[in-house]
Structures are given as structure tokens and as C-alpha cells.
Design a protein around this ligand. Structure first.
Ligand code: C5P
Length: 229
């Protein structure tokens, strides 16, 4: 045991579209803590493969890309996070459906997860970290002070994504989105390394019928009870 307190961490895990990103940002802002978007690291890895001409099923080459990933997160003046790969702004490219597919395809490779592990832990800096992902509470920060597993029905998540894309002017089919979400959920929860499951000590919240403000209040209450806020 070292003689000092570890940097506090709140982990927010769960499937895509459950509201993890929104909740995590609200928490990081309220607490004045750092923020780790671990999904972005997997997305950049998948997209970097496309840019480097590496096929997602060429595992040795994908692992090499992950090990040498030159990625930088910066906030612009409006507070929007910009993600750059080798100095190239890939923020939009990684948020597409192709970006999501690439991420969840490369994320099943154990050596890719291993390569990204240390990088994720480097985000643990004072005064604290809110970590958003799938395996934050189980693998990356198993000693986190507070672990949240935020979920919602696939139907509800597809609906939310549909509205988001419509707002962006993208024309998509709700049925297709639901199919993609179910496919991705199955891949994420059935993989042998770091499957998407709640940590034993996680607080599980179903946001299907809860506004995000209520979820946020419940988590802040739990944070206060643990002396984090
Ligand atoms: O959270 P986001 O939708 O950006 O994640 C994209 C994909 O990256 C997920 O579907 C999942 O396959 C993978 N991922 C992961 N472990 C994490 C974060 C994301 O496997 N901690």
C-alpha cells in the first residue's frame, strides 16, 4: 500500500445510446474532474486502420496500429472535444456508423485492449476522473470509488439515435438502427475479453423511462454519500 489516497474515479459503463456520454459529461462538469471517452480510443483505432490501409481482420497489423496510436484530445473554444489522429481532425469520421462498426470490431482483439489499457489509465489525474466505456469498472479501474452501469432498452436507444441523426440531417431507417444496435450489443456482451457486463459492485440504472436529469441527481447523491462531492 502506498501512503496516499488514489485519485478518485467514477466509472460509467453500459451499452451505446443509454446516455453514458451525457451523464459522464454532466458529472465531470459538476465535479470539475477529467473525462475519459474510452470508446473514442477504440473508434480512432478502427478509423486509423482505414486510413493506414489495414483490414480490421488483419489482427497483427491492427494491434500495431493500436500500440502506436498517435491520438490527441483537445477542447476547442466552445468546449467541444476534438479528436486528432496524427494531427488530422477525425472527430466527425469516428462518430459515423462505420466508425462504430470499426471500434466494436477491433475491440474484440485482446492485444488491442491490452495496448489501450495503459493509455486509459493515464487519464487518472487529480482531482478525479469520470471514465465512460464498457469495461471501466470491471477491467480498467476496478478500484473506482463509484461504478455506474447505465442501460436502456434497445428500442429506446435506437429511437434516441434516430432522433439525433435526424437532427443532424441524416436520413436513416429506425429498423436498420435497431438491427445495428442489437448486433453491436451481441458482439460487445458475448466477446470473451472484457464483455459488457456490470461490475459486481456497480449501481445499475435503467434510463429507458428516466430523464437524464433524474439519472444525474441519483448519481450525484451516490457520489456525495461516498464523499466525492
Ligand atoms: O462508446 P462508443 O459507442 O464510442 O464505443 C464504440 C465501441 O467501442 C463499442 O461498441 C465497443 O465495442 C467498443 N468499446 C469497448 N470498450 C470500451 C469502450 C468502447 O470495447 N471501454
Amino acid at each position: 500500500m502506498r501512503g496516499h489516497q488514489p485519485v478518485p474515479v467514477i466509472t460509467v459503463d453500459g451499452p451505446s445510446g443509454a446516455g453514458k456520454g451525457t451523464l459522464s459529461h454532466l458529472l465531470a462538469d459538476a465535479l470539475g474532474w477529467h473525462f475519459l471517452d474510452s470508446g473514442a480510443l477504440y473508434r480512432v483505432t478502427g478509423y486509423a486502420c482505414v486510413l493506414e490501409g489495414v483490414a480490421w481482420d488483419d489482427h497483427p497489423s491492427v494491434v500495431r496500429v493500436a500500440r502506436h496510436l498517435e491520438v490527441a484530445f483537445t477542447a476547442d473554444s466552445a468546449g467541444e472535444v476534438c479528436v486528432a489522429y496524427k494531427g488530422l481532425d477525425v472527430s466527425r469520421d469516428i462518430r459515423t456508423e462505420q466508425g462504430a462498426r470499426g471500434a466494436s470490431t477491433v475491440a474484440v482483439i485482446p492485444a488491442v485492449r491490452q495496448a489501450l489499457l495503459q493509455r486509459q489509465r493515464e487519464f487518472r489525474q487529480l482531482p478525479g476522473l469520470v471514465a465512460d466505456g464498457r469495461d471501466m469498472g470491471t477491467e480498467v479501474f476496478p478500484d473506482a470509488t463509484l461504478k455506474i452501469f447505465l442501460t436502456a432498452s434497445a428500442q429506446e436507444r435506437a429511437q434516441r439515435r434516430y432522433l439525433q441523426l435526424l437532427e443532424k440531417g441524416e436520413n436513416v431507417s429506425l429498423a436498420r438502427l435497431l438491427e445495428d444496435i442489437e448486433e453491436r450489443d451481441a458482439r460487445d456482451s458475448s466477446r470473451t475479453v472484457s464483455p459488457l457486463i456490470p461490475a459486481e459492485d456497480a449501481m445499475v440504472i435503467d434510463s429507458s423511462r428516466l430523464p437524464i436529469s433524474d439519472v444525474f441527481s441519483a448519481v450525484m447523491k451516490a457520489a456525495r454519500e461516498r464523499g466525492l462531492a
